[in-house]
Design a protein around this ligand. Structure first.
Ligand SMILES: [Zn+2]
Length: 367
């Protein structure tokens, strides 16, 4: 482990086969070419290659991930649910809802996503590395204790949070900038104050039985966890200016007051302006600013810093945005040029959205 930022990777990530033709209504033979399932192996192949070949390559180290053990999954997930997921893979796969696809070859990739995240958490905990990045798929932040949802089966960031807590971290914070609400993570820790959850996301509301949470600022935690779930719900079209304002006005002050020992980032790139599954407008500059913000927040509170890959479905641009994020985490300027950002941004776009967060979270001194 030699880099300033250690990337954790396991080749089984490529074996999770989600197929194609998810969006195309029958008769599918009306088209010559179908879209791949958005959550496909090619997206993460590009993320890996841009980190191996981009300008920050020499500042990164690489470590092999591992498969998670069953008892590790059970630190977050219901044992019966884990058994059901395993069984579904052994019997050829199945769908949860219309879009969350398990294939016969998915079990090892699921274990690899969880285990590689835990390997990265352990390295960060052991202070072997300054910052860890778990480059994993499938993503995890929609998965609840016994719920598969939104391409997710096991909640990788929740597993990491439990690992940090078990190792003695008193306060763990999770910041999730995937464009979708981190509902599974919210549900895992909703009544707890030892794991603070912050999600910034497009206003999309709930989407059925597997995702009853709305993602609104009013979902702020309950019981001991009151005030410890922070939702920043941004209107479609929000871009670099809106995200920058949300980090400055909400994420940074909350983290400054909470003072986590460990900061885990659910790092998605589907808020980019070119994503099939999002309607936001963040460019590489915006992701760079996010990376810089979370690094500065972690440094201010002396928190260990771990980033875990979530969504990001533009097969090329998501990889560029990941590179820009890590440029920011490393404290570098912008190194890799943005090949396609030309969309106009309105920096005042989200003021009203952010204003609606503040009354729900007076305890953090938000203005
Ligand atoms: Zn997403």
């Amino acid at each position: 482990m030699t880099g300033e930022l250690e990337v954790f990777w396991h080749p089984a990530a490529l074996e999770h086969d989600t197929g194609s033709g998810l969006w195309e209504a029958p008769p599918s033979d009306i088209l010559d070419v179908q879209e791949l399932h958005p959550e496909n192996a090619e997206r993460i192949r590009n993320m890996r290659s841009v980190l191996l070949r981009g300008p920050i390559a020499e500042r990164l180290g690489w470590s092999e991930g591992r498969l998670a053990e069953l008892h590790e999954l059970e630190s977050v997930h219901d044992p019966e649910y884990v058994r059901r997921i395993h069984e579904a893979c052994k019997t050829g796969g199945r769908r949860f809802g219309s879009t969350t696809v398990l294939s016969a070859t998915s079990w090892r990739p699921l274990l690899a996503a969880a285990g590689t995240t835990l390997a990265a958490a352990d390295a960060v905990l052991g202070e072997d590395v300054d910052v860890g990045y778990a480059l994993v798929r499938p993503p995890g932040h929609h998965a609840g204790r016994a719920v598969a949802d939104g391409y997710c089966f096991f909640n990788n960031v929740a597993l990491a949070a439990e690992r940090f807590r078990a190792a003695g971290a008193e306060r763990v914070a999770i910041v999730d900038w995937d464009v979708h609400h981190g509902n599974g993570t919210q549900a895992c820790f909703y009544e707890r104050d030892d794991v603070l959850t912050i999600s910034l996301h497009m206003r999309h509301g709930s989407w059925g039985q597997s995702h009853p949470e709305t993602g609104s600022p009013a979902e702020s935690g309950s019981g001991k966890g009151a005030g410890h779930n922070v939702n920043v719900e941004l209107r479609p079209g929000s871009g670099d200016g809106a995200y920058s304002a949300a980090f400055r006005r909400v994420v940074e002050p909350v983290l400054e007051r909470y003072r986590p020992d460990a900061l885990i980032c659910a790092s998605g790139q589907d808020a980019s302006g070119f994503d099939a599954n999002g309607r936001m407008n963040v460019s590489m500059d915006g992701f760079h600013a996010i990376g810089r913000s979370v690094r500065e927040s972690a440094d201010r509170s002396g928190a260990r810093l771990l980033l875990v890959q979530e969504g990001g479905y533009a097969r090329t641009y998501a990889a560029y945005c990941l590179h820009a994020t890590l440029e920011g985490v490393l404290g570098s300027g912008r190194l890799l040029a943005d090949p396609i950002a030309y969309m106009p941004d309105d920096p005042t776009h989200a003021d009203a959205d952010i204003d609606s967060v503040c009354p729900e979270h007076a305890r953090w001194g938000l203005r």
